[in-house]
Design a protein around this ligand. Sequence first.
Ligand SMILES: Nc1ncnc2c1ncn2[C@@H]1O[C@H](COP(=O)(O)OP(=O)(O)OP(=O)(O)O)[C@@H](O)[C@H]1O
Length: 332
Amino acid sequence: MTDEAKTRDNSSLPDKGAIEAGKVITAGLLKHVPAIVESCGATALFVYVDALDDPRLDLDLPVKAKVFYVSKERTDEAASECLHCLRVPDVPLTRIGRVKIAIFLALSRGLVKHKDRIVFLSGLAASKTLDTVIVTEVGREYEFFSSGMDLTDAPPKVLPEVIERVIDIASELGSEGREGKGVGAMFVVGDTDCVIPLTRQLVLNPFKGYLPSERNILDYSLEETVKELATLDGAFIVRGDGVIETCGAYVRTASQEEFELPRGLGSRHHAAAAITAVTGSLAVTVSESTGSVTIFRAGRIITEIEKPRSTGQKRMLSLIRHRKAKKTSTDS
Ligand SMILES: Nc1ncnc2c1ncn2[C@@H]1O[C@H](COP(=O)(O)OP(=O)(O)OP(=O)(O)O)[C@@H](O)[C@H]1O
């Protein structure tokens, strides 16, 4: 976890009473999980372990399903302690957003498949409470994933870790923007032999002249460069093994009418749908206006991860402080 994220989490640490209440709620929920898994015929149980005090103590569940730990932590210990550990981006996410990303990552790794039934336990990391059970069948309902589409049909030759990395960077851009401003972006991943002829450069390719090993999106030292270049118009074109071919590329696309996208989505999102319709690529967009991250495949939206709304708590606190200060000065 980043220092900034730690500070954010520490600032909202629950008091002792809240932790005790959280433990009671979590224990109550976990008691019923094996029965829920069994009666729903679920084959996988996803648990957001950041909402637990100690996953090893709390999670001794005798379930007849594969158990997946979902966490924001990037540590290697987390991955080695359990075989199925899915890391979601370290940004504020809604409970549903977390479910969507974790299931999508599991799908792209081939750990779950289309029509699998999944039980997802979620909650708030800050309150150390598991308080939500979501049961879903992959591909059945539109709220999570595009319905009727076999999501197991992942783009060929795209490494799952590349998909994970792109979603990470996109989520961070959507959540944090750049220097206080919203940033939009588009990443077209895989099938670059077919994608590149359908693009034209809006600016000179900043990656030109670098060895493939020096421009791989899997290299964490490139993160800041990628985020900075996301402020340019156009798309990143990324090979399935993570090598960035170019950025600032305009995607030449068919007319907008061909794609049934929700109203309000503009040319960036239509370009993403279009390029995935005519190539075997996957596209990930970040909306500059809303911060939402959308994943496209075969001309359709697979899923959209909405940015959680700000609670306005900070603004409220500063207003209260301001009013108190004003009252004190008029009283004296
Ligand atoms: N065909 C394209 N190829 C690459 N980038 C594009 C393309 N069309 C638009 N963009 C990028 O998207 C930006 C925003 O365009 P527009 O507002 O129409 O899209 P949008 O889908 O509404 O996205 P947002 O939600 O970010 O505003 C453009 O400034 C440009 O950088």
